[in-house]
Design a protein around this ligand. Sequence first.
Ligand SMILES: *Cc1c(COP(=O)(O)O)cnc(C)c1O
Length: 451
Amino acid sequence: MDRETTTTTAEGAGRDPRRRLPRTDAVLADPRLAGAAGRLGRSLVKSAVTGALERAREGEIPPEAVADAAAAALPETAGGLRPVLNATGVLLHTNLGRAPLSEAAREAIGAACGPTDVELDLATGVRSRRGASVLAALAEAVPDAEAAHVVNNGAAALVLAATALAAGREIVVSRGEMVEIGDGFRLPDLLVSTGARLREVGTTNRTTADDYAAAIGPGTGFVLKVHPSNFRITGFTRSATVAELARLDVPVVADIGSGLLRPDPALPGEPDAATWLRAGASLVTASGDKLLGGPQCGLVLGRADLVRRLSRHPLARALRVDKLTLAALEATVRGPETPVHAMLHADPRRLRERAERLAAGLRGADVDARAVDSEAAVGGGGAPGVTLPSAALSLPGGYAAALRRGTPAVLGYLEDGRCLLDLRTVPAERDADLAEAVRRAGASAAAGGEG
Ligand SMILES: *Cc1c(COP(=O)(O)O)cnc(C)c1O
C-alpha cells in the first residue's frame, strides 16, 4: 500500500476484503457523484468510482466507504493539469509553467473565454487588427518601441525574425552567445532551421564590435545579440554593446530573453527592452512568461518597418497566439503588480516572520517544523548567479512526497534530509493553505505507519 495516497477513509483498511462491494451504478447515484457528472463529465466520475471500488477490492477501504473515496478522488476540473503550490524557491519554475498569472490576468482570461472582440471594433462593427489593444498596451509600456508583435513564445519570436529578415542570408552572432536555453533547445539550431546561415564571430570569451564589422556584407540579414540568460562567463571577457552594434549598417536583433520591459533595480545584470531599444536595437525579442510575469508568449518590439515585415510574413499566422493569451498579456502589462514582481521584491524579514508563524502553528499540531533561512533563485533561465535571501519551513524529509501528492500539491525541495518549503515563491495569502496541506501530509504519513 502506498502510504502517501492513503487518506482518512483508510480506517479499517484490510479488515474484511470479502465483504460485498456496492454496484457501480449504486455508487454513481450518490448525490455528490451524480452532481459532479454535470460539471466534470460522466467518464471522469466513473473512473473515480472504478478506482475507489478497486481500493475496496484490495481491502484498502471498507465497502461502505467507496462513495466517500470516489468523491474525495474527483478532480477539481475536467482538465488534467493540477494546481501546485510552488515552495521550491525557484520563482520561474519551468516544470511548473514558469510565471504564475496575476488575479487580473486570470479574470481577463475568464472574460475572453466566450465570443470576444479580438478582431472586431465594436464601436464601428468593422473588423479590426487582431489584439489591437494589447499592442497598444505594449506601446504605452515601452515608448521606445515604434511597434509590437506577439507570437507563441520567445523561440517563435526568434524564428520569425530569422525567417522574415535572414532566410537565405546570414545572421552574424558572437561565439559567446551561441547558447542552449534548456531541455536541449539550442538557439543556433533553431536559427539555422529557418534557412538562415550563421556567421560566427569572435571567441567564446571575447568578441569586439570590430569582429562583427569585419563579417558584415551584402549577405547579412541582421546582427543578433543574445543575452546569455542562464550562465555567466567571467574573467578575461569582452562583448560588444548594443550601442556599438547599432553603429553597424544592418539591423540589430536583440534577444533579452526574460521580458523585463524596463530596468529592475533588484536585477542589475538583467537587460530590459526599453534600455536596449534606446541603445539602438532595431528589434528586441523576449518571453512573456519569465520576468514579465505573464502568459507564455513571445514579444517582438521595435522598428515599425521591421515589425511589419515580421507580422506580415506568412509564418506569422502559424505562430500567432489565441485570445486567452492576448487577454492575459494585456492584463499583465496594464494591470497591478504581477506575482513574479512581488516574489522578486519580497522583504526577507517578512518571509522569516511568516516561516516562524507557520512553524509555531504546526508545532502546536505536533509537526516537527522549524523556520530556517534559505536562498531563492529566479530560475526559468533567468538571472544566473543571483540568489535572493529567503526563509523556509523545514519539515522531516518524509513530508516531501506526501505534500507533492496532496491537494493542492505542494512542491518543496530536500536539503540535508529535511523537506524545505521556501516562502518567497508562496503568496502570503496561501499560508493557511500551506499549513493545512502540511497537517494533512503529516496525517497521511502517520496513517501509513511512518513519521
Ligand atoms: C528563454 C529564452 C529564450 C526562449 O524563450 P521561450 O519563451 O522559452 O521560447 C530565448 N532566448 C533567451 C535569451 C531566453 O532566455
